[in-house]
Write a new protein. Structure first.
Length: 485
């Protein structure tokens, strides 16, 4: 509300009108807004044309006023369930899929995104990364930035994290090549890029706040420190067949690998860093001896993740924090959560490096927690392997239970509140419909699969009501050595 008022005020100033015309008593309702609009026009026009007076009485040559339609659209009043096509359209509107040539070992990747927030707070990137070794063997990069309390931090990471990582990787690979020490050097380079970029977001706030920049520029620079974001970066080096996964927060990468008996094994390549992770809890408690209740109900002073970019309120010194609240409306910690010895959360990632065996068909699923809220690592791997099997051109589409049209009893959300597993993925609801994109296949099955009412209702709910039914969800899947499987 406060920020709304601010916007209005500066807009009025922009028109150079005396403030008293728009006294605070003026209620901002629809008709007054429009009559003010007319006044702006009058004054601006007369100032430009130099003709005082009441030109608007002159009849316009053409009447352009819209006529209100009285015929209520049947479409909006009695809209049936989302049609199956509409559901597919919503699930795949952000979908992409690429076959990869010229990067040995990796065949293809697919991705998609579904927003729940009014402005999606997830960001992602994908593609070839020019080789840090300066040779002609590009790496592959996939990344998901799951923002919270706004999209501003995620947005900055989308643009700035990989270029900085690349810069540090070049120094590391030039020094280490593929020799021993390679993994450690790569991991250190990625870690340093994460930490340095976060410092530049959070620690420069003091400088920004005290600078002579105009208010609007300060505000713009500070927003990425008010909001926060997780980062999950996966880098594939084709020379060493290493998949390096750097995780800050609770997005997750899971490796699927085919066994000789045809089954698939799921191995997480990152561990969610939240207030429920016991390693994280003991790390934080060790860093803040004598402070009780920092981690409560799976949250660190109120926030779910124990590592993140931005989030100045968990990092800034208390005094500066208060100053930021006063001068810039920085968001405060929630009542009852007291910051005594910040920082409490960090952007320092945990980096794992995994050699992708060239003989083993494999894939990596990279997703924000919106997906992992709905299914387990193994369920996701099984879904992708089922999809992969369906890609083989010689397989006759089977009449298995997967595509029959099941019937379910009438659905409402009390079924989820009585039994939280009802809202999660279940195998009986598996549907194999999205042959062109495995990320859409995962998304559809995570949200209800063949349970038309469940998935339709979830998608019919728009922001802010959607937030209780689904999170922003971003999914990427990359295939290694799967060609011809
Ligand atoms: C901290 O904030 C969380 C989330 O807003 C709230 O649920 C919790 O009660 C607060 N902690 C304390 C100790 O009051
Ligand atoms: C699948 O089911 C349809 C209709 O029930 C049937 O006509 C068809 O022969 C079946 N195909 C296979 C491969 O069993
Ligand atoms: C909850 O639902 C799942 C499947 O939807 C079922 O397997 C499970 O038994 C149910 N749990 C309870 C406590 O009713």
């Amino acid at each position: 509300m406060r920020s709304w008022r601010l916007a209005r005020t500066s807009m009025r100033r922009g028109f150079g009108l005396p403030a008293r015309r728009f006294s605070a008593k003026t209620k901002p309702n629809f008709s007054q807004t429009s009559s003010n609009g007319v006044r702006y026009t009058v004054i601006t026009a007369s100032a430009i044309a130099g003709v005082g007076g009441i030109w608007w009485f002159t009849k316009p040559t053409r009447d352009t006023v819209p006529v209100i339609e009285l015929q209520a659209s049947k479409h909006t009043l009695n809209k049936p369930d989302l049609s199956s096509d509409e559901i597919t359209q919503i699930l795949s509107q952000e979908a992409y899929s690429f076959l990869i040539k010229g990067v040995s070992g990796v065949d293809r990747y697919d991705g998609t995104q579904l927003a729940s927030n009014g402005i999606c707070e997830d960001r992602f990137i994908h593609g070839k990364l020019p080789s840090p070794r300066d040779d002609d063997k590009p790496w592959m990069a996939w990344a998901i930035f799951d923002g919270h309390a706004g999209w501003q931090t995620a947005d900055l990471l989308e643009k700035q994290l990989v270029p900085l990582v690349q810069q540090y990787l070049r120094q590391a690979t030039i020094a280490f090549g593929e020799q021993s020490g390679y993994k450690e050097a790569i991991q250190q380079a990625i870690t340093k890029a994460f930490v340095d970029l976060d410092s530049s977001i959070v620690e420069t706030a003091q400088e920004t706040a005290q600078s002579n920049l105009p208010f609007q520029e300060k505000m713009q620079k500070l927003l990425p420190a008010f909001a926060g974001s997780c980062a999950l970066l996966s880098l594939y080096d084709p020379v060493t067949s290493n998949l390096h996964v750097a995780c800050t927060g609770d997005s997750r990468a899971v490796l699927g690998q085919k066994n000789s008996d045809g089954t698939w094994t799921a191995t997480p390549l990152s561990i969610d860093q939240t207030g429920s992770n016991t390693d994280e809890i003991s790390r934080i408690q060790k860093e803040h001896p004598g402070e009780e209740n920092i981690v409560k109900n799976g949250r660190v002073l109120g926030i779910m993740v124990s590592r993140a970019f931005g989030d100045g309120r968990w990092k800034w010194p208390v005094e500066f924090q208060n100053d930021m609240i006063k001068k810039f409306e920085a968001p405060p910690l929630r009542p009852g959560n007291e910051s005594k010895t910040p920082p409490y959360i960090t952007a320092k990632p945990v980096v794992t490096s995994t050699v992708i065996d060239p003989e083993t068909p494999s894939f990596v699923i990279i997703a924000s927690d919106g997906l992992w809220d709905m299914l387990t690592d193994q369920q996701a791997v099984t879904l992708v392997s089922t999809w992969l099997d369906s890609q083989t051109p010689f397989t006759t589409p089977s009449n298995s239970t997967t595509n029959h049209k099941p019937t379910y009893p009438p659905f409402d959300l009390s079924q989820i509140s009585h039994n939280s597993t009802t809202g999660r993925f279940s195998e009986e609801r598996t549907v194999l419909k999205d042959k062109e994109n495995v990320a859409v296949h995962l998304l559809r099955n995570s949200l209800g699969g063949n349970h038309a009412e469940l998935i339709g209702g979830r998608l019919a709910a728009t922001y802010p009501y959607s937030r209780d039914l689904r999170d922003d969800i971003t999914v990427q899947v990359a295939f290694f050595n799967c060609e011809g499987v």
